[in-house]
Design a protein around this ligand. Structure first.
Ligand code: GLU
Length: 436
């Protein structure tokens, strides 16, 4: 296959590359090993392979912040635009003490493939600041956010890079980013970030979108496998914004939510949890621990429960070589980014588990971010039913496209989703050619 753009055609994809060599605990390696495998299956032009395996821009900024104590602290911030061939960079910003450039780069690549799988006109980006927001006051957090924004401001813009919330960032932080950017531009630019408060250009349905997307693809998977939706048993690991909404929506569809967990541990009820009661408990106590109408279970044991659907919706790498063999779910819906290691993929495949991969399963969030950006740019806002209907259409279509790709090439849904995404990005590179 030629790009027609003068890219190097020497084969650089090593024939001995195998998922067995993937470093299990490293997100960048895990991601890249899947990328490599999918690229080989696509017989991707070696020049294009090199282009797509490298980030376009990596920005590192020092973020000095005046603390409430009067001292100055300097934080490190990153923003990576991995690929912008299909549209502006898109992806969240996380505030975490252990954020690294490697992690942000991996997540920016992830966003590239995620946006391409659901075929929305964005590239992929991600940002991070090395800090611990739990130890910071609101004022410190605001100063940090504004200074970080001004550090990366040349990259930002509705046409170039559009951030969103991610781990430890929220609507309020998006409002500060939008304001900082707008003050620099001397006019209000609400399309520069998504996941904003509704009153300032946010979209209805954005907060629930990732969990709703998980429910939509799970429903499609059960129907494909001939498993009745009514009474299908689900286990949800992680009860934050994604897990709790996914559980609620699956319950509304008639599924039985067997067990759920958060960082304090899990709760289980053989007859199905009263999800409304669990949500009410959580609102009051903020943690699941102590919920009265259920037995407790550890997070580790919860992963190995017999069920129709397992939704890992918290951290990376919770399904690894250590427990993959003991997973008993028929379907796994990856609400989190990267919950399954590359090595565990092989074990799950061999067991015949139907894995709905993260870049498809949790793409509902960025899809409604896209709707938000469209609404901001048009200055015309949709009602919630319109948002949800359009989300449903995109998620269902993408699910079927990934299944068709998997059947055509005899590969897992994970590899099929990468193949679909890579092919979409590669097609644009071929058409655009290379600017020399
Ligand atoms: N941080 C979310 C994700 O990983 C949302 C990104 C966005 O809406 O741009 O998909």
């Amino acid at each position: 296959m030629s790009t027609g753009s003068g890219l190097d055609s020497r084969p650089i994809i090593r024939p001995d590359r195998d998922l067995r060599f993937a470093h299990e605990e490293h997100p960048l390696e895990a991601l890249m090993s899947r990328f490599d495998y999918a690229a080989e299956r696509l017989h991707l032009d070696p020049g294009l392979y090199k282009v797509l395996r490298n980030p376009e821009h990596q920005v590192i900024v020092s973020v000095p912040v005046l603390l409430d104590s009067g001292e100055t602290e300097v934080y490190t911030g990153y923003r990576v635009i991995y690929n912008s061939s299909r549209g502006p960079g898109k992806g969240g910003i996380r505030f975490r003490p252990d954020v690294t450039l490697d992690e942000v780069t991996a997540l920016a690549a992830w966003m590239t493939w995620k946006c391409a799988v659901v075929n929305i006109p964005f590239g992929g980006a991600k940002g991070g600041v090395v800090c611990d927001p739990s130890t910071m006051s609101v004022g410190e957090l605001e100063r940090l956010t504004r200074r970080y924004t001004s550090g990366i401001i040349d990259k930002l813009g509705p046409d170039s890079d559009v951030p969103a919330p991610d781990v430890n960032t929220n609507e309020r932080i998006m409002a500060w980013i939008m304001d900082t950017y707008s003050m620099h531009k001397r006019h209000t630019v609400n399309a520069v970030v998504t996941g904003k408060p509704i009153t300032m250009g946010g979209s209805l349905g954005r907060r629930e979108a990732t969990g709703r997307g998980c429910m939509i693809v799970t429903r499609a998977a059960l129907s494909r496998l001939g498993i009745p939706l009514q009474g299908a048993r689900a286990v949800v690991q992680g009860f934050g914004n994604v897990g709790s909404i996914a559980a609620q929506m699956m319950h509304e569809q008639g599924m039985s939510i067997h067990a759920v967990s958060d960082h304090t541990g899990g709760i289980i009820n053989e007859k199905g949890l009263d999800v409304t009661g669990v949500m009410a408990w959580l609102k009051e106590h903020r943690v699941l621990e102590g919920y009265p109408n259920a037995d407790s279970i550890s997070n580790e044991d919860l992963m190995e429960l017999e069920c129709d659907v397992l939704v890992p919706a918290a951290l990376e790498h919770v399904i690894t070589m250590k427990n993959a063999e003991r997973i008993k779910a028929r379907v796994i819906c990856e609400g989190a980014n990267g919950p399954t290691s590359a090595r565990a993929d092989k074990i799950l495949d061999a067991k015949g588990v139907f894995v709905i991969p993260d870049i498809l399963a949790n793409a509902g969030g960025v899809t409604v971010s896209y709707f938000e950006w469209v609404q901001d740019r048009g200055g015309y806002f949709w009602d919630e039913d319109t948002v949800n209907e359009r989300l449903e259409k995109i998620m269902e279509r993408s699910f079927h496209e990934v299944c068709t790709m998997a059947e055509q090439h005899g590969v897992s849904l994970r590899i099929a989703s990468y193949m679909l995404a890579i092919e979409r990005v590669a097609a644009v590179h071929r058409l655009r050619g290379m600017y020399a």
